[in-house]
Design a protein around this ligand. Structure first.
Ligand SMILES: [Cu+2]
Length: 118
């Protein structure tokens, strides 16, 4: 529901916010949750181009982090202890990006995915 209203706000602008379910500040910047589990990353996979603020939470039992690369963009969060969270804002262009956990070996144990940006 939150994702749908965010998309709607971005698409239609601020002039049609009669069904203002989302917070007003979401009109100017997209956001997306990322949950780091031991062995996989849970997040949405399709985004509109532009700045996206990822809210990253470590739901695992060991430290994890978040890294994203593609289309000339490369960014990563600090390592998060279990239960920790942080945000990372990235300007995304159209294309495909790799996402992974930069802790040694975690990428190869399943902590990787991709997103598509249109
Ligand atoms: Cu990890």
């Amino acid at each position: 529901m939150v994702l749908a209203s965010t998309t709607l706000t971005l698409t239609m602008g601020t002039g049609t916010s009669t069904a203002a379910v989302a917070a007003p500040q979401s009109a100017t910047m997209a956001s997306a949750g990322v949950t780091l589990h031991d062995g996989h990353i849970s997040m949405r996979h399709v985004f509109h181009h532009g700045s996206v603020t990822f809210t990253i939470r470590n739901a695992g039992t060991v430290p994890h982090g978040f890294a994203i690369a593609g289309r000339g963009v490369s960014a990563r969060s600090a390592f998060l202890n279990p239960g920790g969270s942080t945000t990372l804002t990235v300007k995304l262009h159209r294309g495909r990006y790799s996402v992974w956990c930069p802790v040694d070996g975690h990428r190869f144990m399943g902590m990787w995915t991709w997103i598509g940006v249109r």
